[in-house]
Ligand binder design. Structure first.
Ligand SMILES: CCC/C=C/C(=O)SCCNC(=O)CCNC(=O)[C@H](O)C(C)(C)COP(=O)([O-])OP(=O)([O-])OC[C@H]1O[C@@H](n2cnc3c(N)ncnc32)[C@H](O)[C@@H]1OP(=O)([O-])[O-]
Length: 285
């Protein structure tokens, strides 16, 4: 029969398609375009205003990634934002506030799906981070192979969950530790640090900082370097390096969902999320 992971993907892909039909949206929240480089797609996140992860947006994102993964013409994806205000504001707080446990369960499962789809992708993934990138929004860069950030003081990046009174899940923490090391992660995660570009580069959460109007062209030239390596060798190596981290989530998905649902359902947590959302609305420019 199919190996576990493949079986699981087939089942989850079907779930996504069923959910997409339920939304039946007319809006296109994810736009995929071919780039000027053969074999490279540009995937633009377009859930206005700030690419927060609504269930509908996550579903559309997974479906588009799945299509690219299965399309033999593509070897790499540049992921960027088509929202002027942000690369991504992370989890849509309206999905984890004031809903019921069944909703939280479905939401968390889909967020895990996105992580696994990206982290174990056979394609080269480059994040072209052209706006602020907070908390869950970092899921995309942290699971990419390379990260380029726009040099603009507004372009803060980091896992600021603790500032909302919540904790990032272990599958956000692990890639961060793999990327920036244990001590820097301990510091960044506990304080919920959002790094401006120069600091982001120094700590290593991004690989390159360039002027905003060069983010896209830099992503393409970096992609060319990565595509110079034969796919099979690069894919085997990527898998070898990432498998131990990915297996932790694959093996502990259900417990992780249970933990999340019971945590997020607490009155005290709901209160602090509502306060954060109210503060966001007050602080508008
Ligand atoms: C569970 C554990 C793991 C994961 C955790 C997370 O990801 S937790 C997430 C942690 N994320 C953060 O801490 C990031 C929070 N966001 C920000 O810091 C800023 O929005 C910004 C810097 C991204 C853009 O600043 P800007 O001044 O250019 O724009 P603006 O601020 O005016 O926003 C425009 C509209 O979007 C709204 N909205 C924004 N984010 C969210 C959201 N996540 N959800 C829902 N709505 C959100 C905002 O209220 C406003 O709505 P309104 O009033 O028009 O109806």
């Amino acid at each position: 029969g199919l190996p576990d992971a493949a079986f699981w993907w087939k089942e989850r892909a079907t779930c996504c398609k069923v959910r997409a039909r339920r939304f039946g949206s007319q809006r296109q929240l994810v736009v995929v375009e071919p780039s000027s480089t053969a074999g490279v797609a540009v995937l633009k996140l377009k859930n206005l205003p700030v690419n927060s992860f609504s269930l509908e947006f996550l579903t559309e994102l997974i479906i588009n990634l799945e299509k690219l993964e299965n399309d033999k013409t593509f070897r790499g994806i540049i992921i960027t934002s088509d929202c002027p205000k942000a690369f991504s504001a992370g989890v849509d707080l309206r999905e984890i506030c004031g809903k019921n446990p069944a909703h939280y369960t479905e939401y968390w499962k889909v967020l895990q799906d996105l992580w696994l789809r990206l982290y174990l992708s056979n394609l080269v993934l480059i994040s072209a981070i052209n706006g602020p990138c907070a908390a869950g929004g970092c899921l995309i860069p942290l699971t990419s192979d390379y990260r380029i950030l726009a040099d603009n003081p507004k372009c803060l990046i980091g896992l600021n969950e603790t500032r909302l009174g919540i904790s990032a899940p272990f599958w956000f923490k692990d890639p961060l530790v793999n990327i920036i090391g244990h001590r820097a992660s301990e510091h960044a995660l506990q304080l919920g640090l959002l790094f401006p570009p120069a600091e982001a580069l120094q700590v290593g959460i991004v690989d390159k900082v360039v002027p905003k109007d060069q983010v896209q062209s830099t992503a393409l030239s970096v992609m060319t370097q990565w595509l110079a390596i034969p796919d099979h060798a690069r894919q085997l190596t990527k898998n070898m390096i990432r498998k131990p981290t990915a297996d932790l989530l694959v093996k502990h998905r259900d417990t992780d969902i249970q933990n999340f649902v019971s945590f997020i359902s607490r009155d005290s947590i709901q209160k602090s999320l509502q306060m954060y959302l109210a503060k966001l609305k007050q602080n508008k420019d």
